[in-house]
Design a protein around this ligand. Structure first.
Ligand code: PLP
Length: 334
């Protein structure tokens, strides 16, 4: 059996670091999409609420319904727009406005340079008119940065585009609108923060993905992945382990099988360079659907306690390592 430990203290430490940057817990919106980056939607919603966070962000209405009781407002990034007291919806295109249910709360997403979602800067006037005509309540205007984690001028260029949007919206005399653009990388690099909300995902879970040149705010990984022993055997020199028999013992070895595999969302990796676990043990032979082999006979092993270092080994990013972890794996808060 594999299981995940969620470190409550580390989560609160990270949220404190972010609150120091925003100046207030009220300005933090915790991003809980994709099963809270693999940590467990409901567990992380409850912990966030315990910390005092009032705003959450998910992808679908079904996710929002699961965690409704923990928050004052939940922003839904991509789903059919319906009227709900606590939910607001991102508008990703002009069509979204035409399809929205009357009375629904919406937050207009502006494409300031990422070119994936949102209306163009030129469509602002039209979008605002359509929102009014459709009888929607505009409560926010937002954008998303494409390279907040890299040193360079692009982040500033997008920020400037968004500033001009803010001015245009304000010039129309629209009130009670929250403006937000910052993700984790933005709030971790920012020297000043003057928006209404920061949308924090990866930073809250313990990873500072900024390039080396920035001053680092220390964050602590919240999630660790563990596996229990299934069986142990003593092997002679020259015996092969696992599918394809890729691994051949060079000496007598005690080898145990642990209940974790690619069926649980763990990465199969490459056979030439085995993944080294958090306890410095290389995975022996191929990763199977439900099992891996390690030398020794420990009852329980820690496979991964830092998604960033694991990601380097597996040639991906921390986000993918965590979101890949199957929802069915038990999560324990410690
Ligand atoms: C996922 C997401 C975020 C969070 O990004 P992090 O880099 O994890 O902080 C913020 N805003 C939007 C629109 C997102 O989709």
């Amino acid at each position: 059996m594999a299981f995940i430990k969620i470190n409550r203290q580390h989560f609160f430490h990270n949220l404190n670091q972010i609150a120091l940057q925003t100046g207030s817990v009220d300005k933090i919106a915790i991003v809980l999409k994709d099963n809270a980056y693999g940590h467990g939607l409901e567990i992380m919603a409850e912990l966030s609420s315990e910390f005092g966070i009032k705003h959450a962000i998910v992808r679908k209405t079904s996710e929002a319904k699961t965690i409704e009781k923990y928050f004052k407002n939940i922003l839904i990034l991509g789903d059919s727009i319906v009227n709900h007291e606590k939910f607001s919806y991102a508008i990703n295109s002009l069509e979204d406005i035409s399809c929205a249910q009357k009375g629904a709360k919406v937050e207009l997403k502006i494409d300031t340079g990422m070119h994936r979602n949102g209306i163009t800067i030129d469509e602002l006037g039209k979008a605002l008119e359509m929102i009014e005509k459709q009888g929607l309540k505009l409560i926010g205007v937002m954008t998303h940065f494409r390279s907040a984690d890299a040193l360079g001028s692009q982040w500033f260029w997008q920020k400037k585009n968004f500033e001009s949007i803010k001015e245009k919206v304000k010039a129309r005399g629209m009130k009670d609108i929250r403006f937000h653009a910052y993700n984790s990388a933005s709030i971790l690099r920012a020297k000043v923060f003057d928006e209404d909300l920061v949308r924090v995902g990866i930073g809250a879970y313990g990873y500072n993905e900024l390039s080396e040149v920035f001053d680092k705010i220390e964050l602590k990984p919240v999630l660790s992945l563990h596996a229990k022993k299934v069986s142990t055997r003593k092997l002679k020199t020259g015996q092969q382990i696992g599918y394809g028999g890729d691994f051949v013992t060079k000496k007598e070895m005690i080898v145990s099988t642990y209940a974790l595999g690619y069926g649980d969302g763990w990465f199969r990796g490459v056979k030439y360079s085995p993944y080294i676990t958090a306890q410095n043990q290389p995975i022996i032979g191929r990763v199977s659907m439900d099992f891996i082999s390690l030398e020794g006979n420990k009852e329980e092993v820690c496979i991964m306690d830092n998604a960033q270092t694991a990601a380097k080994q597996l040639d991906t990013i921390s986000y993918e390592i965590m979101t890949a972890l199957d929802e069915k794996i038990e999560r324990r808060v410690e």
